[in-house]
Design a protein around this ligand. Structure first.
Ligand code: BGC
Length: 780
């Protein structure tokens, strides 16, 4: 039995001592097999150059939010005191230079801050080198971060780094420990290259399923997003790298990205879109990036109420610095660092750096310096190791790349985020050596690896979207390669040659047909301007899938997508299995094969809903507007994704939280109690027993807790408020406890946060529509 105890978030999984004893014996007897399972399913082989991750005690790494809150405050206070002392000795022009970038591509990083007078170098927001020294500060060798660099899938524009699975994959794992390690390994790569500031995590939500950058973020639910973003912040910052949570706020589409106004009521803002940012501040995030768009007609980067009132206000009390997205500087009133560096020509208040009142300028520099100190970057931070703008070699497969020790984690997360949507006739897992037709261009290697800048093209298997959220693949294991090493394979990888596809399909026992759907940031790819034009699979894949299904009764569909897609063929009687692997990064094929052949028992869950038709979603991209400032009104308010489906009784094709295993699990013995019975605002403890009914397969089950609020709260029918990915041996049961924090039961009312008393229902299940147990809980 694997004990998975994240005591900080108080989600504790326990199992009886007796069972533990039995399992210890089983483990001892199964020796080698166990080692194999741990390698493949349980624990990744983590890099030796990561601080603390492999120490065996993850609590060191601030997984424990509760205990670290006080410590956080202390650390920030002492960092601030140090920063203030330094700022007090600085000259005005030094301070002005320290808060502005120098322009796009004018330095080794994606972001570079001007060298201050007499300084060695300027700030780099992506690649790093100690370079920000303040001669007048009279402190030897004071160096602050210089390098600021994307991105959420790996270090962008740098050779020899890892291409991790997308953040959407991490969300699909529903595993806090994997989310944390994802952050920690990313952080380790940023650090090793000397990057002081990582431009992630991205935590905008999937409001519109066609939104181009959805895959860079944590899905469609604010609770899941909050858990993931906070875990990633702790992970990245455990490496001494500043994490930047972005993009604040309501930045959910690419069309009109620099101009639109997202219009939200305060309740929707606070309960839904701001929630992940709040969670990141609680987790100690040192930087926040404000977005390009406007919020209720005011640019977010100039939004006094948003940044000074809410983010830096007394309740949230963010102590780090706010940087503008590249080119999104509009005022010095709220943001503290101008990236990539501009004059004040776009200033909405007409102020230039020269006009910033001294105390405001001091606050800006203090915040930047405090972030630097709080992460301990003044000691032992590696020098910058690369230049983002040098020509990268294409089509070079380098399995011996610099961070190869991260590959097993990338494979593990890839497998843990592969969602088994459908598996009728128990067609999966396949046995070793089966006769398999592998069909579709998404199964093969790209013709040229890293051919398209920032992955702005779609050739071969899709393992990343496009834009600033990407990294260069050191190599890419295709599904065709991986499956070929385990089965008798015949392949056909031309999507437009349906005869060849059918011939291949009919000559094998199983036909696996691959398809994808891509999207990204800003640039135009095959007619898609960042956002997808529709939710269809690319390159005529629906016709390919139908053709294959017509030729083989055992058809398995594998999808690599940036989010939900239309599945017009879903009820075809020959399509027995559907696997959604999202964007698995460099180990794509290997991760997939481990699920298809059953080394890994799948457990991933959909972090968004899939509907039959585009019309069924709550909101869509605004593609056409003749307004000077396109208006995007979030009129659906709290009701999007499963909250919308619940309210309007729409049955999805696949629900939020859905994902199958090769095992089945039974839930029983639900109890719901207040943690501290004498405290009115106490957390609520949800306990149950989960049994793995399979006698051959160990596996993870993702247990989800949804809460139905009292009517007076006027909330959607149910809201996700807890989850745990639990490891349960074959034929065994585990007792699971999920604690729903009091803060997650708050409701935003007229006067701010409030608690609504009355009858709550705690709904426990395996997806948002597969509720297995429920209990009423009276909050008096
Ligand atoms: C993107 C950010 C990114 C920045 C630097 C902007 O266009 O919106 O997410 O971090 O560029 O590359």
């Amino acid at each position: 039995m694997k004990e998975n105890k994240l005591d900080g978030e108080k989600r504790v999984i326990t199992q009886s001592k007796k069972m533990r004893g039995v399992l210890v014996i089983v483990l001892a007897l199964t020796g080698l097999l166990f080692v194999r399972l741990v390698y493949r399913i349980g624990g990744p082989d983590i890099s030796a150059n990561i601080i603390g991750v492999n120490s065996g005690d993850d609590r060191r790494n601030d997984l424990n939010e509760q205990n670290s809150a006080g410590e956080q405050a202390k650390k920030w206070l002492s960092a601030k005191i140090r920063a203030r002392k330094v700022v007090a000795t600085m000259r005005r022009e030094e301070k002005e230079a320290g808060v502005a970038g120098v322009g796009w591509a004018k330095g080794p990083c994606v972001g570079n801050v001007a060298p201050l007078p007499g300084l060695k170098q300027g700030l780099c927001l992506q690649v790093s080198q100690p370079f920000f020294t303040f001669p007048s500060a009279n402190i030897d060798n004071l160096a602050i971060f210089s390098l600021i660099k994307d991105a959420p899938m790996g270090v962008r524009l740098a050779p020899n780094v890892s291409a991790f699975p997308s953040a959407l994959n991490a969300a699909a794992s529903f595993d806090k420990r994997l989310m944390y390690k994802y952050g920690a390994l990313l952080g380790a790569e940023f650090r090793a290259l000397g990057v002081h500031v990582a431009l992630g995590p991205m935590t905008n939500l999937i409001r519109v399923p066609a939104g181009g950058r959805n895959w860079e973020g944590p899905g469609a639910d604010p609770f899941l997003a909050s858990v993931q973003a906070a875990a990633m912040v702790r992970g990245i910052q455990s490496q001494g790298v500043i994490a930047t949570v972005k993009h604040l706020i309501a930045n959910e589409q690419e069309h009109y990205r620099f101009d639109y106004s997202s219009n939200l009521d305060k309740r929707t803002l606070m309960e839904v879109y701001f929630a992940p940012f709040e969670a990141c501040v609680r987790a100690g995030v040192a930087a926040v990036m404000c977005s390009y768009n406007r919020l209720n007609q005011i640019y977010t980067c100039a939004h006094d109420e948003l940044i000074n009132g809410i983010l830096k206000g007394p309740d949230i009390n963010f102590q780090g610095f706010v940087m503008t997205d590249w080119g999104a500087h509009y005022s010095f009133v709220a943001s503290d660092m101008v990236m990539a560096g501009e004059d004040a020509s776009k200033s909405v208040d007409g102020l230039t750096a020269k006009d910033i009142p001294e105390n405001r300028l001091d606050d800006m520099v203090t915040r930047i310096l405090s972030a630097h100190y709080v992460l301990g970057q003044d000691e032992g931070f590696p020098n910058v190791q690369f230049n983002s703008w040098e020509q990268k070699e294409k089509n070079v497969y380098n399995f011996d790349y610099r961070f190869k020790q991260h590959a097993s984690f990338i494979r593990e997360l890839g497998a843990a985020s592969t969602v088994l949507l459908k598996n009728s006739k128990k067609i999966l897992p396949l046995s070793e050596g089966s006769s398999v037709a592998v069909i579709g261009e998404d199964a093969r290697r790209p013709n040229i690896l890293n051919e398209f800048d920032d992955r702005g093209g779609n050739d071969g298997t899709l393992a990343q979207g496009w834009g600033s959220g990407t990294s260069e693949f050191p190599y890419l294991i295709s599904p065709l390669e991986a499956i070929s090493s385990r089965a008798a394979v015949i392949s056909s990888t031309d999507n437009y040659d349906l005869n060849s596809a059918k011939n291949a399909a009919s000559s094998a026992s199983f036909a696996i047909v691959f398809a994808n759907s891509d999207s990204g940031e800003a640039r135009l790819v095959e007619g898609h301007e960042g956002d997808r034009n529709d939710l269809k699979l690319w390159h005529k894949s629906d016709a390919l899938i139908t053709a294959v299904a017509s030729a083989n009764q055992n058809t398995i569909v594998v999808l690599h997508t940036v989010g939900a897609v239309d599945m017009p063929w879903i009820n075809h009687p020959n399509i027995s299995a559907v696997v959604l692997a999202l964007l698995p990064g460099q180990e794509s094929g290997a991760a997939l094969a481990s699920v298809l052949f059953g080394d890994v028992n799948p457990s991933a869950r959909l972090p968004f809903t899939i509907h039959e038709s585009r019309r069924n979603y709550a909101a869509d991209v605004l593609y056409d507007s003749n307004q000077e400032i396109p208006q995007i009104t979030y009129s659906e308010g709290l009701y999007f994704d499963y909250r919308h489906a619940d309210k309007f009784n729409i049955t999805p094709v696949f629900s939020f939280g859905h994902g199958l295993s090769y095992s089945t699990f039974t839930y029983s013995r639900l109890t719901v109690t207040r943690v501290h019975t004498n405290d009115e605002q106490s957390a609520v403890s949800v306990k149950l027993r989960v049994k793995n009914n399979d006698f051959a397969l160990d596996g993870h089950e993702v247990v989800q807790v949804y809460v139905a609020f009292p009517e007076a709260a006027d909330e959607p029918p149910k809201l996700l408020k807890g989850f745990e990915r639990v490891w349960i041996r074959r034929g065994k049961a585990a007792d699971v406890e999920i604690v729903v924090e009091a803060k997650d039961l708050r409701v935003w009312g007229v006067g701010g946060w409030t608690f609504v008393k009355g009858s709550y229902k705690f709904l426990v299940g395996a997806s948002s529509t597969d509720i297995r147990l429920q209990k009423e809980f009276l909050w008096r």
